[in-house]
Design a protein around this ligand. Structure first.
Ligand code: ZN
Ligand code: ZN
Length: 234
C-alpha cells in the first residue's frame, strides 16, 4: 500500500473516532446507513417501464415512453425517493455529508449485479461550474469514484460538461423540465465513441436531465447510454 493510501486510511480512522458515522435514518452509530434502515429503503417493485424505469400498474412500457421516443436506452433507480432514502440524498447533496457516498456506492454495485447492469465507463451527471463552486463538490462524482473502484470500471468526469446554469427543475412540469435542460450538456471530445456509458446521478424525476446527457454522449458516438440513480421521485 502506498504511503499516501495509508495516510488517507489513518485520517479516515481518526475522523471516525472523533466524529463517528451516524445513520441518517435512525441516528445509530457505525455507518451512515445502518443495515436495519437500509433494509427498510423503499424499493421500486415491478412492474416498471422497461425504458424509463417508472412504476407501472400493468404492462411493460409507460404511456410517456410509448408516445415520446427518448435518446437514453434506459433508466433504473435503486429506491423510491422517500423516507430514509430521501434523507440520505439530502445529506449527501445539501448537508455536506460527502462520506455517505462510500456507503451508497456498494448499494449501486449490488443493484448492478442483481439486475445485470453494466457498461464500459461511469459518468457522473455534471454540475455547472458555478454550482460546483457553490457546493464544493459534485455528489454524483463522489458516488462514481467509489463505484468505479468496486466494479472496476473507468470513471470519466471531464468530457461531459454542463455548459449552462439552469434554474432548478423542482417547480417545473415534465415538458418544462425537458426544455430547461435541452442543449445544456456538451461532450468535449470523442472519448465515449463506441462505449457503453453508465450515467450516475443521485435522483431522477422525469429523466429529462439524463436524456439530455444521453443526447450529447450519443452525438459523440456513444454506443449505448443507461442512467442509474440512487433514488427515483415517482
Ligand atoms: Zn438506521
Ligand atoms: Zn417509460
Amino acid at each position: 500500500m502506498s504511503v499516501l493510501k495509508s495516510l488517507t486510511r489513518l485520517k479516515d480512522a481518526a475522523l471516525n473516532l472523533l466524529f463517528p458515522a451516524k445513520c441518517v435514518g435512525c441516528g445509530s452509530t457505525g455507518d451512515y446507513i445502518c443495515d436495519s434502515c437500509r433494509s427498510g429503503f423503499p424499493l421500486i417493485s415491478s412492474p416498471i417501464c422497461e425504458y424509463c424505469g417508472i412504476l407501472l400498474k400493468h404492462g411493460n412500457v409507460c404511456m410517456r415512453c410509448r408516445q415520446h421516443s427518448q435518446t437514453i436506452d434506459g433508466i433504473r433507480s435503486l429506491f423510491a425517493f422517500q423516507d430514509s432514502a430521501r434523507k440520505a440524498v439530502y445529506e449527501l447533496k445539501y448537508n455536506n455529508l460527502r462520506a455517505i457516498a462510500h456507503t451508497m456506492a456498494p448499494l449501486f454495485h449490488d443493484y448492478m449485479l442483481a439486475n445485470d447492469i453494466s457498461g464500459d465507463v461511469l459518468v457522473p451527471v455534471p454540475l455547472h461550474s458555478s454550482r460546483l463552486r457553490e457546493r464544493g463538490y459534485n455528489q454524483s462524482e463522489l458516488i462514481c469514484r467509489e463505484l468505479g473502484k468496486l466494479c472496476n470500471l473507468l470513471f470519466e468526469k471531464k468530457s461531459l460538461v454542463r455548459t449552462q446554469h439552469t434554474k432548478s427543475q423542482t417547480a417545473l412540469n415534465r415538458d418544462q423540465r425537458a426544455d430547461n435542460v435541452k442543449d445544456v450538456f456538451a461532450c468535449k471530445d470523442d472519448i465515449f465513441k463506441g462505449k457503453r456509458v453508465l450515467l450516475i446521478d443521485d435522483v431522477c424525476t422525469t429523466g429529462a436531465t439524463l436524456d439530455a446527457c444521453a443526447v450529447s454522449l450519443k452525438e459523440k458516438g456513444a454506443l449505448a447510454v443507461w442512467g442509474l440513480t440512487f433514488a427515483r421521485d415517482l
